[in-house]
Design a protein around this ligand. Structure first.
Ligand SMILES: Cc1cc2nc3c(=O)[nH]c(=O)nc-3n(C[C@H](O)[C@H](O)[C@H](O)COP(=O)(O)OP(=O)(O)OC[C@H]3O[C@@H](n4cnc5c(N)ncnc54)[C@H](O)[C@@H]3O)c2cc1C
Length: 538
């Protein structure tokens, strides 16, 4: 059995950074196990290829959540990246860090070092922001962030104007002084190609002799000697293999897989493990519990002006944008589907935003099987204003169903299971209609297609968003960080409570969800986690 200093499970947003930072000095050997394969695929590299990878089993775990009473009984599709770069290789690339108050609350909950002022230097150091450096933005870091202000669809201007007419400020940088307002989203790309964590961190690290990346390698169990993690068992090409960790095993499998692997390895809720015949190494009821996620919905309109639908749908339009992309790495295919967005408060008395907006200059009301039909949108000029909650109070869980590592765990999201979450979403969808009713939007709207004008009472609006909402892919907190072993899975240094030589470093450790998309904070967690690991090495 080969021994490495560190074994990292998962090459996603956090795992890619860890592989880079732990190997950079040349002092330590690193084995990175990734269940998926390469990220060198056209639809992964091309930003709008998102529509293709959304259901593609070659790069996506394609989880299905349990039928959710809060979502009118729907079983939601849960994409997660299964390839180098993990979910950062299939995500929508919106670059949002989260709010100062989010991280300050993490620190106040007993996690020193995780406040905004502690983390701002990390956020700045990891990025190379095209908009230039200032008090909040960084330049010269490994991850390029693109400023799309000049490239977005012309309709975006109308959305920004209508947002201001509805009372929101124009915000030039959601990662800057304040989050509230409408604005153009910064995205994680460079020269028209996706800037995943693999591209920014892992690919450069893979050139080092002390880094070994095993792809198509599914970690099936953490190996223990007593309460010390000493290695990992994994499946590769039908063979069961093991590797030994001289220093630490680090789980970076993400919010679905990290709790799953802990549970499979005997760290988790004792009744669950015993019921499945898994020997309990360390009982902890929090493993897989406290799941938090953002849920969202689109309001879709038929416009009087051409939208991206007219560009992307016809064969000649596809040819044109395809040529534009291949020759100049620009145009709609080089952008996120979310050109713009924003943050707002449903309660004017609240001190900060609780809702996020997305503006998409195209529409995909007509479904297409096995694909999110971004590249073949509706035949009429459609566009959407999307919306998701930021800090919902509903909680779910992710628990294994069997002791077989290849079986997917049970994902119970429990969306809209609190009155507060329903009430704020009701206020929020009304605000989306307010934006649509403002002069700059109203002028160009032919009709509201979804949900449509017949849906207007509170009861109908609630029924509609229960039926049509879904995850916006930001699950967190299933291995949450906290000082109290009876309430958390990892301590503030990301060490698994009650176990030696084992950490979890990915989005699953967020004590609470952040106000915004979770990729930047996951990458930050990888960076900060690597610093903690390195500090602890003699
Ligand atoms: C469709 C989609 C759209 C999104 N859009 C955005 C967006 O626009 N902006 C944004 O900020 N965030 C977005 N997100 C969320 C963001 O990408 C994730 O929060 C972030 O990537 C999570 O990082 P992670 O390191 O926790 O896990 P991941 O990046 O998911 O990495 C986990 C890795 O571990 C591997 N793995 C898991 N289990 C095992 C195992 N047992 N053995 C070996 N390998 C294993 C996986 O294959 C994967 O590569 C989106 C996510 C999705 C899925």
């Amino acid at each position: 059995m080969q021994t490495y200093d560190f074994i990292i499970v998962g090459s996603g947003s956090a795992g890619s950074v860890l592989a880079d930072k732990l190997s950079a000095s040349g002092r330590f050997s690193v084995l990175l196990l990734e269940a998926g394969g390469t990220d060198r695929r056209f639809y992964v590299q091309m930003p709008l290829g998102y529509g293709k990878t959304f259901f593609d089993p070659a790069v996506n775990w394609n989880y299905k959540a349990e039928p959710d009473p809060g979502l009118a009984g729907n079983a939601d599709h849960w994409p997660r990246g299964k390839l180098l770069g993990g979910s950062s290789s299939i995500n929508a690339m919106v670059w949002i860090r989260g709010a100062r108050e989010d991280f300050d609350a993490w620190a106040a909950a007993g996690n020193p070092g995780w406040g905004y002022d502690d983390l701002l230097p990390v956020f700045k150091a990891l990025e190379d922001n095209q908009a230039g450096a200032d008090a909040w933005r960084g330049v010269g870091g490994p991850l390029h962030v693109t400023d799309c202000s000049d490239a977005v669809h012309p309709l975006t201007k109308r959305y920004l104007a209508a947002g201001q007419q509805a009372g929101l400020p124009l915000n030039p940088d959601f990662n800057g002084a304040a989050q509230e307002g409408v604005g153009v989203y910064q995205i994680s790309t460079k020269n028209g190609r996706r800037m995943s964590a693999a591209r920014a961190f892992l690919r450069p690290a893979m050139k080092r002799k002390n880094v070994r990346v095993a792809t198509n390698a599914l970690a099936t169990r953490v190996l223990f000697e007593g309460r010390r993690a000493v290695g990992v068992e994994y499946l590769q090409n039908g063979e069961t293999k093991t590797a030994r960790a001289g220093r630490e095993v680090i789980l970076s499998g993400g919010s679905v897989n990290s709790p799953q692997l802990l549970q499979l390895s005997g760290v988790g809720p004792s009744a669950l493990l015993k019921g499945l015949g898994i020997p309990v190494v360390h009982a902890n009821e929090n493993v897989g519990a406290h799941l938090q996620d953002h849920v969202g919905i689109n309001y879709t309109f038929k416009g009087r002006l051409p939208t991206l639908n007219q560009t992307l749908r016809p064969w000649w339009g596809k040819l044109l944008v395809g040529m534009q992309y291949i020759l100049t790495r620009s145009g709609p295919l080089s952008l996120s589907m979310n050109n713009a967005g924003g943050f707002f408060r449903t309660d004017p008395a609240a001190t900060r935003p609780n809702m996020q907006l997305y503006f998409q200059a195209f529409s995909t009301v007509i479904p297409k099987s096995g694909e999110r039909p971004i590249l073949t949108p509706d035949p009429w000029p459609g566009f959407s204003i999307g919306l998701s909650n930021c800090r919902p109070s509903s909680r779910g869980e992710i628990m294994i169903r069997t002791s077989n590592p290849r079986d997917y765990p049970r994902i119970s999201a429990n969306a809209y299971s609190t009155e507060a979450d329903v009430a704020e979403m009701l206020d929020a969808v009304k605000f989306v209609r307010k934006i649509a009713s403002m002069p700059d939007m109203a002028e160009i709207i032919e009709e509201e297609v979804l949900p449509g004008p017949s849906i207007s009472s509170d009861a109908d609006l609630i029924q509609d968003f229960r039926k049509r909402s879904g995850t916006v892919y930001h699950p967190v907190s299933t291995c949450r960080m906290g000082p109290d072993p009876s309430r958390a899975v990892v301590d503030p240094r990301l060490k698994v409570h009650g176990i030696e030589g084992l950490r979890v470093i990915d989005a699953s450790i967020f004590p609470d969800n952040i106000t915004g998309n979770t990729n930047a904070a996951s990458i930050m967690t990888g960076w900060k986690g690597a610093e903690l690991v390195l500090e602890d090495q003699k």
